[in-house]
Design a protein around this ligand. Structure first.
Ligand SMILES: Cc1cc2nc3c(=O)[nH]c(=O)nc-3n(C[C@H](O)[C@H](O)[C@H](O)COP(=O)(O)O)c2cc1C
Ligand code: SF4
Length: 686
């Protein structure tokens, strides 16, 4: 059931519209978010001049009447679900990869003089680089400085596109004046070096956007509301669009006929600044900019950028902004608005800010979601009840075990979840310390297990006897990976920890809260005199944190090692990261990987790539890079490599005659995304 409310689905391209035609799976995707209660659905970018100015050949087109039936089918589905439809309209300008792919010069105000650093690409695999460049392989982007005729063509194309949007029965059109697309590039003094009436002053730079807005208003203003998407600020380069300029531009857009301003953000370098904008790491990242713009216009303002429900509600109640757009959160849980309306806050599946969805955009691929396997496959929802209810035992309470238990219980099976540890969460519990967003997922999974009355038995190792006593019809083994000590000279020294021993150390005697306290206060002891009075804190601190010493060497710079290195360095340790490959941070999504590498360097982590460890001593790690022997001081060594899938218990149980499936890292190491997806696949039809 859709409804009128202040929650907006912002544009997120699905990359499925082959040849510009809106696909049924895309309609299902948006309709699910409308049925989930979002008041307004904004489509992903649609190309006004498709295929010209498109980012990909899978972007919906608005350039021909043949696209109107697709818009109509989408509008009907959204309206049937009780929501409103807005089509985002764009010309991608300098990021129009389709133009480069077809040897067409891309439109620009002028030949750009700004080239960004490509250093981050050193952390992409050859496969990723090939996929990223697939459409434009071997092609050189050339630019065409727009003439007055090109400008007239653009305005006409935009108004014709808007007319098709209106004929398709949509309620609104969003005109994109941000994210490095053509109108955003004209607005920016670093990109726009023109000396005619379209360059120079802010009024001149905003002229093209204003002309598009007023031409669209004149043609279809009685049928469509006009939203304008603008960056409240651009990050990563001095002299790029400032908040003050954005305020002035928004006033001009209002005067030109805009009915609402949608405030986003933009990082100037897609490799260095992507997690500043357009996809922020920070909660409520653009809210203050949106609030500031709202003070200067009289039309509604939409804020986006990790607008979590709690901050959205407050911001709207305080009249700071009028609407909250929630992108990734609605990918993770399309039912979020309905759940909030019904007071089921605990039931909202959280986005863990992993950037995997948008990572696919770099490859012109369809986004998938780490925590919502039904994204792009909405027909699978709601979950179908099991044809016969069985008793299923799930072994292991990491994300794959908990997700298996959740799906099975939701489908009507009787589920018992056992774990040898004394708490739920497996390695995810540990990862919540370095990656706090994972804590939200853990909390949600726990509360779902409670709601669905899954029987949880902790301190219960899976042996043939314990399982036999439970008498299950089927078993899901989700025991996670193993992390052996390093097989190298000195690998068994007491100063060497693996993910498993570190976890066991924390699990052994600390409660989650205590361990979290110890870790989160590392290095800040002097400022925490109140806490140091707690005997438990002193005990934990003395036992775990002090012996770690000042110098820590992390061996292995994949996902875990990279995040752990930053975590320790942030808390005052002198960290050296020794990594055997070139690319750091695999398999983190590229934008998050790039940021993590940058943050490690900013925190002073000494990074050695392509390094082979020769031996570990009680005080150092000796390694070789390009034939040169090197040494790093080490009071403690954390071995973050060598994670291996293994499920010996599955073989044992199969040998005893049980029916068994293996999910998560026990079957194939793929972290939270792999854990959730493999659990879903094993259970959605069981
Ligand atoms: C997979 C994906 C695709 C996106 N595609 C677009 C797009 O086509 N046009 C656009 O203006 N923004 C796009 N965005 C940015 C979102 O509209 C939104 O501004 C951003 O995700 C920040 O909001 P959030 O933190 O709520 O996700 C995309 C984001 C994601 C995650
Ligand atoms: S893939 Fe990750 S960032 Fe994207 S919506 Fe899902 S959980 Fe959030």
């Amino acid at each position: 059931m859709g409804t009128s409310n202040r929650i907006v689905l912002p544009a997120m391209d699905m990359n499925v519209s082959e040849g510009g035609e809106i696909e049924q799976s895309e309609i299902d995707h948006y309709a699910a978010r409308a049925a989930g209660g979002a008041g307004l659905i904004i489509t992903g970018a649609c190309a006004i001049a498709f295929p010209y100015g498109a980012a990909s050949m899978k972007e919906p087109g608005l350039s021909d009447d043949k696209f109107i039936p697709g818009i109509k089918a989408l509008a009907d589905a959204i309206h049937a679900a009780g929501s409103k439809l807005c089509i985002q309209s764009t010309h991608h300008g300098k990021v129009a990869r389709v133009d480069t792919a077809n040897d067409r010069p891309v439109l620009a105000p002028n030949e750009p003089d700004y080239r960004y650093s490509m250093d981050a690409l050193a952390d992409c695999t050859p496969e990723e680089l090939a996929k990223m460049g697939a459409a434009t392989a071997g092609k050189q982007t050339t630019y065409h400085a727009m003439t007055k005729e090109d400008i007239d063509w653009l305005i006409t194309s935009w108004t014709d596109a808007a007319e098709r949007v209106a004929k398709g029965g949509a309620d609104a059109i969003e005109i994109h004046v941000a994210h490095g697309y053509i109108l955003g590039v004209f607005l920016n003094q670093r990109d726009n070096l023109r000396t005619d009436e379209y360059g120079g002053s802010l009024e001149n730079r905003a002229r093209l956007a204003c002309q598009v807005i007023s031409a669209v208003k004149e043609r279809v203003g009685d049928k469509l509301a006009i939203l304008v998407r603008v960056a409240g600020e651009e990050y990563g380069q001095e002299g790029a669009l400032s908040l003050q300029e954005s305020i002035e531009a928004s006033k001009l857009f209002e005067a030109a006929g805009a009915d609402a301003i949608h405030v986003t953000g933009w990082g100037r370098n897609p490799f260095d600044n992507f997690t500043d904008g357009p996809l922020p790491n920070k909660v409520g990242a653009y809210l203050e900019n949106a609030a500031e713009i709202k003070k200067h216009v009289s039309i509604p303002v939409i804020a986006v950028g990790r607008m979590l429900p709690e901050i959205s509600e407050k911001a709207i109640a305080e009249n700071k902004v009028d609407f909250a757009a929630m992108g990734r959160q609605l990918l993770a849980d399309p039912e979020l608005p309905n759940k909030l309306r019904e007071g089921k806050f605990d039931q909202v599946r959280p986005c863990i800010n992993c950037f995997l969805c948008v990572g696919e955009n770099f490859f012109d691929d369809t986004p998938f979601c780490a925590v919502n396997p039904a994204l792009g496959n909405e027909k699978l929802l709601p979950l179908k009840p099991a044809s016969a209810s069985k008793h299923i035992v799930v072994v292991g309470s990491g994300p794959s075990g908990m997700e298996s238990a959740r799906v099975l219980a939701e489908r009507g099976h009787r589920v018992t979840l056992i774990d040898k540890a004394d708490r739920l969460g497996g390695t995810m519990w540990f990862s919540t310390m370095t990656t706090p967003d994972n804590e939200r997922l853990l909390r949600w999974l726990k509360s779902e297990l409670k709601r669905l009355r899954v029987a949880v038995k902790l301190n219960t190792p899976a042996t043939v006897e314990t399982i036999r006593a439970l008498n299950p019809d089927h078993i899901i083994v989700a025991t996670g990976a193993v992390r052996p000590k390093p097989d190298m000279p000195g690998g068994d020294l007491p100063n060497v920890q693996t993910g498993d021993t570190l976890r066991a150390m924390m699990l052994g005697t600390a409660t989650a809260a205590e361990a979290g306290l110890v870790l989160s206060t590392m290095g800040k002891l002097g400022r925490l005199s109140g806490l140091t009075k707690s005997p438990e804190f002193v005990r934990q601190f003395t036992k775990y944190w002090l012996p770690m010493g000042k110098n820590v060497v992390v061996i292995g710079g994949s996902l875990v090692g990279l995040e752990l290195a930053e975590f320790l360095a942030e808390r005052g340790r002198k960290v050296t990261l020794v990594h055997e490959k070139q690319q750091l941070g695999l398999p983190l999504a590229m934008p998050r990987r790039w940021t993590a590498v940058k943050d490690n360097l900013a925190h002073g982590v000494q990074i050695h790539r392509n390094a082979t460890v020769d031996r570990i001593t009680e005080k150092s790690v000796e390694f070789t890079v390009n034939g040169e022997a090197q040494s790093a001081p080490a009071d403690m060594v954390v071995y973050a490599d060598g994670t291996t899938a293994a499920a010996p218990v599955a073989d044992e149980l199969r040998g005893a005659g049980f029916s068994v499936d293996v999910v998560g890292d026990a079957g194939a190491v793929n972290y939270i995304h792999g854990a959730i997806h493999s659990a879903w696949e094993a259970t959605v039809e069981l």
